[in-house]
Write a protein that binds this ligand. Structure first.
Ligand SMILES: Cc1cc2nc3c(=O)[nH]c(=O)nc-3n(C[C@H](O)[C@H](O)[C@H](O)COP(=O)(O)OP(=O)(O)OC[C@H]3O[C@@H](n4cnc5c(N)ncnc54)[C@H](O)[C@@H]3O)c2cc1C
Length: 335
């Protein structure tokens, strides 16, 4: 499949579009097929957190996450639009003594300096006085996935069509259909439900992303420049799209406990998305057979992993050679 001139991509989410854009810039004729159902990108907060769970991930996946984090500044700049890429950093916070004990293990592993409450409030004056400790991670950044997808869609040819069988398409195909990848390929991509809230208020309440443990519950709060504040997220092994009272309650309670002023914000949106999970929580990247390449299963990190996925998959298609970074992510490991 090396030296391709035309490629069909199934899935116009953040992964399919990023690959398409890389290929178009190399002169490849690309058609993206998308069924118009909002993918996980529409819900995602857009935290770019390469170290987030590195205690639980393989060295190969950590390498991929870190490489993609390095690529994000250039990727955002090349898009030529304001996609909300922001390097202010993430404040990791803990509320109770138990929360501090739990969070300290992560701060130690990531070699972050522990900050006192007074130091935290110098960084974010609206934080609740109940926040006991925290640490600033400048490697953890954010971008607005909806803006990224809009910028990419404006530059690409998208055919609004659901593909039900890959035999509908001629020539080389990239399957980047998120949770839809399972039905097209038989690969084990499972939906992991996440509920997310979007609040709106005066811009400027918050500068950093907050990633907190509040009375044992994980919550993140992601501020955008226009006053939007994203609060997330549940992690549920469910396929439904219900917004539940319990999830909204828990997310709001934790967020308002952290930042009492959020109680005055408008609750503008409640959304549900499904992370494309795999049995080993690592993505599926590479050739499935002579014609089909898969780029799916990015689970909790698809926004972060978009630039590196685009580079590696485009290179595979253009040169026929698999970068060593792809080792360990072959979709054939589940065949
Ligand atoms: C609640 C939540 C929070 C998240 N937060 C973050 C975060 O902070 N940082 C981060 O890096 N990641 C985050 N993620 C993960 C990230 O959103 C996903 O990993 C990423 O969106 C996967 O991209 P994708 O393009 O593979 O799939 P998707 O974004 O799901 O897009 C797939 C696209 O393919 C289309 N499609 C599917 N099947 C077909 C078909 N048969 N024919 C045509 N089109 C089809 C869909 O309509 C969709 O447009 C989050 C996810 C969720 C749910």
């Amino acid at each position: 499949m090396s030296g391709v001139s035309g490629v069909a991509i199934v899935g116009g989410g953040i992964i399919g579009l990023s690959i398409a854009w890389r290929l178009v810039r190399e002169g490849v004729d690309v058609t993206v097929y998308d069924d118009g159902v909002d993918g996980a990108w529409h819900v995602a907060a857009g935290m770019l957190a390469p170290g987030g769970e590195s205690a639980f991930e393989t060295p190969a996946l950590v390498g991929l996450l870190e490489r993609s984090a390095e690529l994000w500044p250039g990727f955002a700049a090349e898009l030529g639009a304001d996609v909300g890429y922001d390097e202010t950093g993430t404040l990791s916070l803990a509320m109770t003594a138990d929360d501090v004990a739990e969070a300290s293990r992560v701060w130690d592993r990531r070699k972050l300096t522990r900050l006192r409450p007074s130091e935290l409030r110098e960084l974010e004056s609206s934080l609740s006085p109940r926040v006991r400790a925290g640490a600033l991670d400048l490697q953890e950044r954010q971008v607005d996935p909806r803006r990224v997808v809009a910028a990419l869609r404006a530059r690409l040819r998208i055919v609004p069509r659901r593909i039900t069988d890959l035999s509908e398409l001629d020539g080389p195909v990239v399957v980047a259909a998120g949770c839809g990848t399972a039905a097209l390929t038989g690969l084990p991509v499972r939906p992991v439900k996440g509920q997310v809230l979007r609040l709106h208020g005066e811009p400027g309440l918050l500068r950093h992303v907050l990633d907190a443990t509040v009375d044992g519950r994980e919550v993140y709060v992601v501020p955008r420049a226009d006053g939007e504040v994203v609060v997330g997220a549940t992690q549920e092994e469910r396929t439904d799209r219900l917004v539940t009272a319990g999830a909204v309650h828990d997310l709001l309670r934790a967020a308002i406990d952290l930042l009492p002023a959020l109680a005055e914000f408008e609750l503008a949106e409640t959304t549900v998305g499904h992370r494309p999970g795999t049995p080993d929580n690592a993505p599926l990247l590479g050739r499935l057979d002579d014609r089909v390449v898969v780029a799916a299963g990015h689970h909790r990190n698809g926004v972060l992993l978009a630039p590196v996925t685009a580079d590696l998959v485009a290179r595979l298609l253009l040169t026929g050679e698999a970068d060593p970074l792809l080792a360990g992510f072959s979709p054939r490991r589940f065949r």
